[in-house]
Design a protein around this ligand. Structure first.
Ligand code: NAD
Length: 276
């Protein structure tokens, strides 16, 4: 996780999450775990009280008042569902000023739309994060809008880097990023559950199976990231001639494993485009 020097002291900045659901909570918890933002500098909003206990439990403030939260904060994470966002933008636009750096995490909502709904020259950044931010192993990209200054991008890069991998991208790629990384944790959870089912089928206790499956994916991921080797080279390295692993790979290929994963990424990407 790269350290970036930003002129403004991020730890002194106040953050608001408009929408206090899964993504907002994952990011807020990640920021606190990373120590980049103070808990009492984070406010989250939602119309219901469902997330109130969780957020107040980690020291954040909770309110039902979107405008008040925006007015009192420097960086605003728009973390409501995409279909709710137009109404929220209309509601908060009157209190958005030059002070605010607006950050949308909503899938499929273009920068142009966000900029049109907010006051002229609003500083808007589009981000596609994922929920492993909560354990600071997220994978995020951000796309600066037309009126964003260099320092705004550096602030967002610094914040997102504290939550895991992060890079700047262009908007043409963001639906594909959504299909791969935004939705990707769900594919991995499903894979872990299915691998654990395999273990249970072959006689392992459920708890041990889940741990072995999760740790195996974690270890394999770390090998890809830390050795720099191509995944298929690492796969070849563990397939001995006539051994157990190549028999399993044959089963995966027969079942269309790769095609399914490619289809999954494509499906989520096209859905992100359709939401737009
Ligand atoms: P969620 O349903 O868990 O959270 C949405 C939150 O918005 C809830 O707290 C809800 O009460 C609140 N809300 C609803 N109407 C509101 C309003 N008018 N004002 C303020 N708050 C309101 O959804 P989520 O999974 O956290 O997704 C939020 C956004 O994050 C979406 O736009 C999604 O595209 C994006 N995103 C989610 C993920 C993910 O894995 N969950 C990944 C990447 C991006």
């Amino acid at each position: 996780m790269g350290e970036i020097s930003v002129k403004k002291d991020i730890s002194e900045m106040s953050l608001a999450f408009v929408g206090a659901g899964k993504m907002a909570q994952a990011m807020a918890k990640g920021f606190l775990a990373a120590g980049v933002v103070k808990a009492d500098h984070i406010t989250a909003t939602a119309p219901s009280c469902r997330s109130q206990d969780t957020l107040e439990g980690i020291g954040c403030q909770f309110t039902h008042n979107n405008k008040e939260a925006v007015a009192n904060s420097d960086i605003i994470f728009l973390s409501v569902k995409p279909h709710v966002l137009p109404g929220v933008l209309q509601e908060i636009a009157p209190v958005v000023t030059k002070r605010h750096l607006m950050v949308s995490v909503a899938a499929g909502v273009p920068l142009q739309f966000l900029e049109e709904k907010l006051p002229p020259k609003s500083r808007v950044i589009r981000v596609m994060p994922n929920t492993p931010c909560v354990v600071r192993q997220g994978a995020s990209v951000y796309v600066p809008g037309s009126h964003v200054e260099k320092e705004d991008s550096e602030i967002i890069k610094s914040l997102l880097s504290s939550l895991g991998y992060c890079s700047e991208s262009n908007e043409g790629m963001i639906s594909a990023v959504t299909g791969l990384a935004g939705s990707g944790p769900a594919y991995a959870f499903t894979a872990i559950d299915a691998l654990a089912d395999g273990g249970v089928k072959m006689g392992l206790p459920r708890e041990l199976s889940i741990k072995l499956a999760a740790q195996t994916l974690l270890g394999a991921s770390k090998m890809v990231l830390e050795t720099g080797k191509h995944p298929m080279q690492l796969k070849d390295d563990v397939c001995s001639p006539g051994g157990t692993t190549i028999y399993a790979i044959h089963k995966l290929e027969s079942g269309g494993f790769r095609n399914l994963l490619i289809d999954a990424v494509e499906g989520a990407c096209l859905r992100a485009d359709a939401i737009a």
